[in-house]
Design a protein around this ligand. Structure first.
Ligand code: NAP
Length: 540
C-alpha cells in the first residue's frame, strides 16, 4: 500500500502515543521549537493507564519514583494517595500533566497510525492514519508502549460466546456487570493476579484457568497523607539522581551485596527484610546472583515458595498448582499482590489446571477444555497478555529504506540499536522498544524519560549540525545486539518461556526483549554516546 502524499500536512515530528513517554516527548520536542503532532488511538491521554481499566489495575513501582523528573512542580503538586496507586488515579495524574503542560491541543485522539513509509527522495516519513490523514514528517517517534498490543484473539470460537468476553487491556468504560455472575479468568500473570484478587468477593463463582504458576509477593500499600508526600518532595533531587543510577531504575539496589559473601543468617535476614518491604525490592535489590547462578536462584526461590505455601495454608493441591517448581524466582516478571493466594481459599473460587487439560476452544456456553468438559460461565476475562515490545510497532505498516518492512524483518529476528532506532529506518525513534531495559527490568518512568531525553538531544544535535537525517549504522546495531545477547546468555532468562523471551506469541523470534545489563549501565552508555557526538550514528 502506497501512502498518497497529495495534500499532506507537514510537520517536524509525529509522536505516536500519549502515555507516559508520548506526553513527555511531545513536551520536549515542542520546547526545542519543533512543530510536533501527537497521534493517539484512545480518546484520552494515559496510554497504559487509559487502556488497562480492568478491576484492580495498579502499578507496582512506588509512587515516589513512578514520576516525571523534569519538573519539580509536577512532583510537588500531584499528591499520590497511596504507595501503589490504582489505574483511575494514574489516569487522572497523566490528565493533570497533559493539562498543566497544555499538551492536548497538539494531540489528535481516536486516531491510529496505519502506515509510515520512508521517502528516500525527500528524507521524510509519509504517514497515513486511520482517519485517512496524510502527514509528512521529518521525524517519527514511536512512544507506543512495551505492553500495549494485546493478545485478544487467543482461542477458536471466541465470537460464538453468548456472554461477555473482555481482554483486560481493552476493558470497557461502562460496567461489565460481573456482580453475582459466573466468571472465567484465563491467565495468571501480573494482570490476571490483580483481576482475580479484586473480583473474587464480588462475583458469584470464579473459575481461574491456570497454566504456568507465578511467584508473587504481598504488596504493602499504605495510604500517603499530604504531609508524607511533603516528606517525599524533599527527597526529589536525591531520588531523581538515584533512579538513573540503579540496576532497575528504582530507588533500591543490590548495594554490592553478594550471596557468597553473606552468612546464611545474613541472607535470611536480608530476604526477610526485603520481603517485608512489600515492594519489588526482594526481586530487584536482594542478591544479583539470583539472575545468573542456579544455586542462588533455587535458594531464593525456595524462600519465596515457603512464604507462598504458608499463604495457601499448605493446601497440597493448591501448592502444586500455584507455586512454581521448574523455574526460578525473578526469571519471569514478579508481580505484587493483595490477597491473591488467599483468594483461592474462598469457596466461590475454583481452579482449572491448563497444563493437564488445556483450553481447546470457546463455545457459546463458556470455556471448553481438552477433556471435552464445558465450563459454563457468563463472562470470560482474557488476561492473556501482550505481543510485548515489538507488537505495537509491527502492527503499523512501517517501511524503511529500499522498501524494507519492519514487520517482515522482525518476523525473522528482532534487532535494534539500543532500542532507540533501527538500522534501515532513518529518523524513526522508539521508546519502550526491544533491546533496552524497558518494562521487563525497569521502573518504566525512569527508562522512558531517559529515552525521551536522549531522543530529544540527538534531534537537537542533528539540527545544530544542519543535518536532517539520523540513522544508526549496521555495525553499531550489530555490536549492540551482540552485546545484548552476550549479557543475556550469562543469565538464566533465556531458559524460561514467557513474554520476556517473546515465546508467548506463536512464531515470534526468541530473544530476551529487555536489556538486562542494568538501567545504570544502559544510561551510562547512552550518555557516553551523546558526549562523544553519537559515534555509530550517521547524520546526513
Ligand atoms: P502475561 O504475564 O503474559 O500473562 C498472560 C497469562 O495468560 C499467563 O498466565 C499465560 O500462561 C496465560 N495464557 C496465555 N494464553 C493462554 C492459553 N492459551 N491458555 C491458558 N493460559 C494462557 O500478561 P499480563 O499478566 O498481562 O502481564 C504482562 C506484563 O504487564 C507484566 O509482566 C507486567 O510487566 C505488566 N503488568 C504490570 C502490572 C503492574 O502492577 N505494574 C500489572 C499488570 C501487568 P503462560 O504463562 O503459561 O503462557
Amino acid at each position: 500500500m502506497k501512502v498518497n502524499n497529495n495534500s499532506a500536512d507537514f510537520c517536524d515530528a509525529v509522536v505516536i502515543g500519549a502515555g507516559v513517554a508520548g506526553l513527555y516527548q511531545l513536551h520536549r520536542l515542542r520546547e526545542l521549537g519543533l512543530n510536533v503532532r501527537g497521534i493517539e488511538a484512545a480518546s484520552g491521554v494515559g496510554g497504559t493507564w487509559y487502556w488497562n481499566r480492568y478491576p484492580g489495575a495498579r502499578y507496582d513501582s512506588q509512587a515516589e519514583i513512578y514520576q516525571y523528573w523534569f519538573s519539580k512542580e509536577l512532583y510537588e503538586e500531584w499528591k499520590p494517595s497511596e504507595r501503589f496507586p490504582s489505574q483511575p488515579e494514574s489516569e487522572r495524574w497523566l490528565n493533570y500533566v497533559a493539562d498543566k503542560l497544555d499538551l492536548r491541543k497538539d494531540i489528535q485522539f481516536n486516531t491510529r497510525i496505519d502506515a509510515a513509509h520512508w521517502d528516500e527522495a525527500t528524507g521524510r516519513w509519509k504517514i497515513r492514519t486511520s482517519q485517512n490523514d496524510q502527514i509528512d514528517a521529518q521525524f517519527l517517534i514511536a512512544c507506543t508502549g512495551m505492553l500495549s498490543a494485546p493478545l485478544e484473539e487467543v482461542f477458536e470460537g471466541q465470537s460464538s460466546f453468548k456472554g461477555k468476553i473482555c481482554h483486560t487491556s481493552r476493558w470497557p468504560k461502562e460496567d461489565v456487570g460481573i456482580k453475582g455472575k459466573r466468571v472465567a479468568v484465563i491467565g495468571t500473570g501480573a494482570t490476571g493476579i490483580q483481576v482475580i484478587q479484586t473480583i473474587a468477593p464480588e462475583v458469584g463463582a470464579l473459575k481461574v484457568f491456570v497454566r504456568t504458576p507465578q511467584y508473587t509477593l504481598p504488596m504493602r500499600n499504605p495510604k500517603y497523607s499530604e504531609e508524607e508526600w511533603g516528606a517525599w518532595t524533599k527527597q526529589f533531587d536525591y531520588l531523581k539522581e538515584r533512579v538513573r543510577n540503579t540496576f532497575a531504575g528504582f530507588d533500591y539496589d543490590f548495594e554490592g551485596r553478594s550471596w557468597y559473601k553473606d552468612t546464611p543468617e545474613q541472607r535470611q535476614r536480608t530476604l526477610e527484610a526485603l520481603y517485608n518491604d512489600g515492594s519489588l525490592a526482594l526481586w530487584l535489590s536482594s542478591y544479583p546472583e539470583m539472575f545468573t547462578d542456579e544455586l542462588v536462584s533455587e535458594e531464593v526461590s525456595e524462600f519465596v515458595r515457603g512464604k507462598m505455601r504458608e499463604r495457601l495454608n499448605h493446601d497440597p493441591d493448591l501448592c502444586d498448582l500455584l507455586i512454581p517448581a521448574d523455574y526460578g524466582f525473578g526469571i519471569r516478571r514478579v508481580p505484587l499482590d493483595t490477597g491473591y493466594l488467599e483468594t483461592y481459599l474462598r469457596p466461590n473460587v475454583q481452579t482449572i489446571n491448563c497444563q493437564k487439560t488445556p483450553i481447546s476452544r470457546i463455545v457459546p456456553e463458556g470455556v471448553q477444555t481438552e477433556d471435552g468438559k464445558v465450563h459454563e460461565v457468563d463472562v470470560i476475562i482474557l488476561a492473556t497478555g501482550f505481543d510485548a515490545g515489538s507488537g505495537a510497532l509491527t502492527r503499523i505498516d512501517i517501511r524503511g529504506k529500499e522498501g524494507r518492512a519492519l514487520k517482515e524483518e522482525w518476523s525473522q529476528e528482532i534487532r535494534t540499536a539500543m532500542g532507540l532506532q533501527v538500522h534501515g529506518y532513518p529518523n524513526l525513534f522508539t521508546t519502550g522498544a526491544p533491546l533496552a531495559p524497558s518494562a521487563a527490568l525497569c521502573n518504566m518512568t525512569t527508562c522512558l524519560q531517559q529515552q525521551v531525553g536522549w531522543i530529544a538531544d540527538i534531534i537537537q544535535f542533528a539540527r545544530d549540525q544542519h543535518k536532517s537525517v539520523v540513522e544508526p549504522t549496521k555495525e553499531f546495531q550489530d555490536a549492540w545486539v551482540e552485546h545484548h545477547d552476550q549479557v543475556t546468555n550469562q543469565t538464566l532468562f533465556p531458559r524460561v518461556d514467557g513474554w520476556y523471551m517473546g515465546t508467548n506469541v506463536p512464531g515470534k523470534p526468541r530473544r530476551l526483549l529487555s536489556y538486562c545489563g542494568g538501567v545504570n549501565d544502559y544510561n551510562r552508555r547512552c550518555a557516553e554516546l551523546a558526549e562523544k557526538k553519537y559515534p555509530g550514528f550517521a547524520f546526513a
